[in-house]
Design a protein around this ligand. Structure first.
Ligand code: IMP
Length: 428
């Protein structure tokens, strides 16, 4: 078994990118297997900050091959802009990037429809990133309107299917939103065939590549996007993303989890959420504001301020179970350093009943009141600490509490954005 997985256990933005970047050194191939340019990974390396959305973080490590696998949805225009951005910073993009010919393509009508549907939802808007992610996945499930990367290289059938699809999308979107500007199918086809030409050297059967690589003893690292609580099937439906962000490695890459020997669940030392949906430990007060400012909790993709709250062990415990992680990485521990006391949610009370089961219905979650355990803060800067033993007693007690509540050992602790601000507990 020669693969590792890194999966967020909260509502995304757990700083998975940093963990993947470090672990990429010990792996040959980094695989993105779900989501699209709704994800945002920030990596700080040697004083440089890189923000990646669709490209795997493996792109930033020399000698590593990055794979955008079958379960992702690809906006080729965005992908090409991201590639250009890396090249302009002298990061090579060539044989080190492979894109699945089975991945689905985000077209302009997906983006338009995402926005129209969100606007029409009013108060109950999901708060999507408006990147056409959910609408593309819906067309994938519906099949009739789906276009995959491989279709872009079957020019005639692509052009004729796109004509039919765009005619239907135009009338549907016009009915939903009179201000919608109809798309010209031949212009869209021309534009996308241009993208296809540029991406051609990278597009391949990634499933076959991954299996051949495993057989040759290569080490794979699966890079999760979003977090388990945004998983389409197991998250806080309908306030979720449209892919299996907690449970999708096998379907998204074509590689079974039986090849994975280490599943790392990444959690922030507190909780954040972007977009709508219940959040039992949300802090709408000066502590929430403090966490947002110190943790720089603003979306990488949309710039939206993130909602902030205490660590929620009920929600994370659920995320850990559905993702099947066997250890955790706690990130942004330094952000809590100035607090006198820190609270951790250990259970919910719903209609007077105490439970540690994460509710499956959004209305039950909305009625959940967090039951807290209060721990002392450590009130000192920990961002320079490089060994577990050097942490203040209170910080170690906090980590022990998280491990106990989630039921998995803490293997990695991060105390700042830079690579060097990372402690491997079994090496410290
Ligand atoms: P969508 O993925 O754009 O459809 O958005 C659905 C929900 O997932 C919204 O609440 C988004 O804010 C959230 N979401 C999508 N991607 C991310 C991410 O990378 N981090 C955090 N939240 C995300």
């Amino acid at each position: 078994m020669s693969a590792t997985a890194v999966i967020g256990l909260q509502w995304g933005d757990e700083a998975k990118g940093k963990i993947v970047h470090i672990l990429a050194d010990e792996h040959d191939i980094v695989v993105r297997y779900q989501g699209g340019n709704n994800a945002g990974h920030t990596v700080v390396c040697e004083g440089q900050t890189y923000k990646l959305s669709l490209l795997p973080v493996g792109m930033l490590r020399p000698g590593v091959v990055s794979v955008i696998a079958t379960g992702t949805v690809i906006n080729p225009q965005v992908l090409l802009a991201e590639i250009d951005q890396l090249r302009s910073r002298n990061i090579p993009v060539g044989e080190n990037l492979l894109i699945s010919d089975r991945a689905h393509v985000i077209l302009p009508y997906h983006v338009a429809e995402d926005a129209v549907l969100e606007d029409n939802r009013g108060e109950s808007a999901i708060g999507t990133t408006r990147r056409g992610i959910g609408t593309c996945y819906r067309d994938k499930a519906g099949r009739a309107h789906a276009i995959r990367m491989g279709d872009l290289y079957h020019v005639e059938s692509f052009q004729s299917r796109l004509r039919e699809i765009i005619a239907q999308k135009n009338s549907y979107l016009r009915a939903l939103c009179p201000a919608y500007e109809p798309l010209d199918a031949s212009k869209v086809a021309e534009e996308y065939l241009g993208y296809a030409r540029l991406l051609k050297p990278h597009v391949t059967n990634t499933t076959s590549f991954l299996h051949k690589s495993l057989a040759a003893g290569k080490k794979l690292l699966f890079e999760g996007a979003q977090g388990s609580l945004l998983d389409l099937d197991h998250g806080t439906f309908p306030y979720v993303t449209s892919s299996n962000s907690g449970s999708g490695i096998h379907t998204g890459s074509g590689v079974s989890e039986r090849h994975i020997s280490r599943m790392i669940g990444v959690v922030k030392s507190y909780t954040t959420r972007v977009g709508g949906g219940s959040f039992p430990t949300e802090l709408n007060n000066e502590i929430g504001q403090h966490i947002r400012e110190v943790g720089r909790e603003f979306g990488t993709v949309t710039g939206r301020p993130r909602r902030c709250g205490w660590f929620d062990a009920v929600a994370c415990g659920h995320g850990a179970l559905i993702s099947g992680v066997d250890c955790i990485a706690v990130t942004l521990l330094d952000v809590l350093s100035q607090l006198d006391q820190i609270q951790v949610c250990t259970a919910y009370e719903i209609d007077g009943e105490r439970t540690t089961d994460f509710p499956s219905h959004v209305e039950d979650l909305a009625r959940a009141r967090a039951v807290y355990k209060t721990l002392p803060g450590w009130k000192q800067d920990i961002s320079h600490i490089r060994k577990l033993a050097d942490f203040p007693r209170e910080a170690r007690a906090y980590l022990d509490t998280l491990a106990e509540l989630i039921g998995q050992p803490v293997q990695i602790v991060s105390v700042g954005p830079d690579r060097v601000q990372t402690i491997f507990c079994d090496r410290a």
